[in-house]
Design a protein around this ligand. Structure first.
Ligand SMILES: [Cu+2]
Length: 122
């Protein structure tokens, strides 16, 4: 009986692995991504990727920026309408907390407005 349970556990692990690597929905270079634990916003070559980020209305959200551009241009990210700004560390994740907000579109950009993105609260 115990062997059966071990086999079932092994089978479940295999199924989960297959699902995760082959069957789970994955966006290919999505322009729009729901905020979740795995979302990173890459800061590289003059673009935020993804450049549109969706977060739920009325809930605080944490955005993770990974700055791969060492130039000073990319150093800060500003959400002027939300009065949020953050200094981004190079080659690291910087977490930026967005306060609970009404639905709408809120642009964000670097201090020179060369990098540009939109936070979509819905
Ligand atoms: Cu800039």
């Amino acid at each position: 009986m115990q062997a059966l349970w071990i086999n079932l556990a092994g089978l479940a692990a295999i199924v989960l692995t297959v699902w995760w690597f082959w069957l789970a929905p994955k966006g290919r270079k999505p322009q729009t991504v729901r905020v979740d634990e795995d979302l990173e916003i890459r800061v590289k070559d003059g673009v935020y990727e993804p450049e549109r980020v969706h977060i739920p209305e009325g809930r605080e959200a944490v955005l993770r920026f990974r700055r791969e551009d060492a130039s000073p241009c990319a150093e800060w990210v500003l959400f002027p309408d939300l009065e949020v700004s953050a200094q981004l560390a190079v080659d690291k994740i910087t977490e930026v907390t967005i306060p609970a907000t009404d639905a709408g579109e809120y642009p964000f950009h670097c201090q020179m407005q060369m990098y540009r993105g939109t936070l979509v609260v819905e």
